[in-house]
Design a binder for this molecule. Structure first.
Ligand code: SF4
Length: 421
């Protein structure tokens, strides 16, 4: 029985792709391995979003090339595979196959041709102890934000037919999955024969066995009232909206080609807060974009202080060759970018801590995600929004929903005690 070892870099969509390919390999008779030196197939799923991400992946692929069994296969898939193509084989000769992000649909044929002895449908997928899984619903991106390589490597937007998504989620529910996170670079662009993203959420909510639905990412320009009303009406939908703002100054938003103003963004936040008053709102922010002034950075800080995000992914801009922003010359120095980033992180971290501390004494509905490794009776969980929690209780399966009191907070974790439902 052959063994496959997976290494996944990058975003949740890559995690979803790796899971999907893993499932296909299992139906071809593979089993998973946690030791690349013993695996018959090593699959490295790569990210291109930053130069640094590609360098890390190349280093790791080189290591796998040196330690793999002589007859083992080394496949590089995903965004870097799409961007660099067969040139990767010249750079790292131990690589056997390069399968770009846009060609993953055809991976069954590659598996069958490289491993012809492996029967399809060798064995069904076993029950899972993972309560929560990702499901891609739309691939690619048409937005061309000027700093981003994704539209070039992932291609134009293509919605996965709703029937396929629902069938995938039914199968997951049959294996014991309780929560799905619907993924796309811009889920609000989802459209399949008149079914839009809010319609898709309702269809997913009708799948028996699914208790919670999450999704990411919403582009602010397309975040509709219909979507937020659907979340408000649908009890299975978690109260969490991830809405990347990127910057708080209109000139920078325009240079980024984000196609909304800071005022538009504030309007979206007001709409979300009025329809979903308890929702966690999170964001992504990029500081030090070419020509960003001190005053423009201050606008970003002011927006962060005003909106009070539950959490934020914060980055210093770095040049990505092949994007429109790479040709913008008026760059912000490395030191200044990192000083701004630190200042922003300090502001956001204080807000996040205040939000967590303010949860003490509140009742929450937690979904158990798994056991906390170091402690016997301690379980990791997530609330109805996006907050992490720990709860002490006896053996409880992942995916169980518990009512709990927040007794205190520790950094960015809610410490909870179980209460009767
Ligand atoms: S919306 Fe913008 S940042 Fe997001 S993937 Fe598309 S181009 Fe990149």
């Amino acid at each position: 029985m052959p063994y496959v070892y997976f290494q996944t870099f990058g975003c949740q969509m890559n995690v979803a792709d790796s899971n999907d390919i893993g499932e296909r390999l299992f139906t071809h008779g593979f089993r998973s391995s946690d030791d690349p030196a013993k695996a018959d197939l090593i699959v490295v799923n790569t990210c291109s979003v930053r130069e640094h991400a590609e360098q890390r992946a190349k280093t790791r692929i080189g290591e796998y090339g040196r330690l793999k069994k002589q007859e083992a296969q080394l496949w590089v898939i995903g965004c870097m595979a799409e961007r660099l193509g067969e040139s990767l084989k010249r750079e790292i000769p131990e690589v056997d196959r390069v399968i770009g992000a846009r060609s993953l649909e055809g991976i069954d044929e590659v598996i069958s041709s490289v491993f012809p002895d492996q029967n399809v449908d060798f064995k069904g997928i076993e029950a899972t102890d993972e309560a929560s899984e990702f499901v891609s619903v739309i691939r690619g991106c048409d937005n061309y934000c000027t700093y981003c390589i994704v539209p070039y490597v992932r291609g134009p937007e293509a919605s996965i037919p709703a029937a396929i998504i629902i069938d995938t989620i039914r199968k997951k529910a049959g294996r014991g999955v309780k929560e799905v996170t619907l993924l796309g670079q811009n889920v609000n662009s989802y459209c399949d024969a008149g079914i839009d993203f809010p319609d898709l959420i309702r269809a997913v909510a009708a799948v028996e066995g699914i208790k919670r639905i999450r999704f990411t990412t919403s582009h602010p320009k397309d975040c509709s009232e219909k979507l937020i009303r659907t979340i408000a009406d649908e009890p299975k939908c978690c109260r969490h909206v991830h809405l990347p703002v990127q910057a708080g100054a209109d000139r920078i938003l325009s240079l980024m080609n984000r196609r909304y103003t800071a005022a538009d963004y504030r309007d979206r936040i007001s709409m979300i807060r009025s329809l979903l008053p308890d929702a966690d709102i999170t964001t992504d922010i990029l500081v030090g974009f070419p020509s960003e002034t001190d005053a423009e950075f201050e606008s970003t800080l002011a927006l962060v202080e005003e909106v009070r995000f539950t959490a934020a992914f914060m980055f210093a801009y770095s040049i990505r060759e092949g994007t429109a922003a790479a040709s913008m010359s008026d760059t912000v120095s490395h030191e200044l970018k990192h000083r701004r980033l630190k200042q922003l992180i300090d502001v956001q971290t204080a807000i996040t801590r205040e939000i967590y501390t303010g949860m003490a004494g509140r009742k929450v509905r937690l979904m158990i995600s798994g056991r906390q490794e170091k402690r016997d009776r301690l379980w990791m969980a997530r609330d109805y929004g996006c907050k992490r929690a720990l709860i002490a209780c006896d053996e409880v399966p992942a995916g169980t929903i518990l009512q709990a009191d927040v007794v205190r907070t520790s950094g960015m974790t809610l410490i909870c005690e179980r209460t009767a439902l």
